[in-house]
Design a protein around this ligand. Structure first.
Ligand code: XMP
Ligand code: MG
Length: 180
């Protein structure tokens, strides 16, 4: 195990089971719809690529990179598009795949934007939900697991761009943050 990790919250096996359950729900709900699965970079990359492998039906994938401004501009809740989709969402059934919903600002922004762009439907699939962090009213349609208000890393999620490659999700030792 990575020496910076204090404890593992979700093992590779836990994640695999979550993904299989979510994929089965999504496959049933989207039968015959050829959804556009939108991965929100970078955090959702591992989750999305594993999830779609468990969905045995037609779908398309695309990527979007957005950044929410930090604490300094928290009140504005502004979200900036770093990389937009290549695909038009016009009349598409869009499934946004996110690593974690915290304040909800990122997803609120994306949902509104895809609706403005005339998507036929917009739903959210998130690996983790942190309901205690919620600032705007957003509810994910597919939730892998609910997590407490702790900072988690691994399986796509980073601290200072590290740990995304860990195959499990865990909490860092406090001294790792103290070093920064
Ligand atoms: P919102 O807009 O819901 O944004 O506040 C969710 C984004 O915030 C990041 N985030 C985390 N990243 N560990 C992380 O590595 C965490 O515990 C965590 N909580 C929130 C993440 O980028 C997510 O997409
Ligand atoms: Mg993210």
């Amino acid at each position: 195990m990575n020496p910076d990790i204090l404890k593992v919250l979700y093992s590779q096996d836990d994640i695999k089971q979550i993904n299989q359950r979510l994929a089965a729900e999504i496959q049933a709900d989207y039968a015959g719809k050829n959804p556009l699965v939108v991965c929100i970079l970078k955090g959702a990359i591992l989750f999305m690529t594993d999830l779609v492998r468990d969905i045995d039906d037609y779908l398309e994938i695309d990527f979007m990179d957005v950044s929410s401004y930090g604490d300094a501009t928290v009140s504005s809740g502004e979200v900036k598009i770093i990389k937009d989709l290549d695909t038009s969402v016009n009349q598409r059934d869009v499934l946004i795949v996110e690593d974690i919903v915290d304040t909800g600002r990122t997803l609120k922004f994306l949902m509104d934007m895809f609706k403005t762009r005339n998507a036929n439907s917009v739903k959210i699939c998130t690996l983790m939900d942190k309901p205690d962090g919620r600032v705007v009213d957003v509810k994910a349609d597919y939730v892998g697991t609910t997590v407490p208000n702790e900072f988690v890393v691994g399986y796509g999620l980073d601290y200072a761009e590290r740990y995304r490659n860990l195959p499990y999700i865990g909490v860092l030792k406090p001294e790792i943050y103290a070093d920064k």
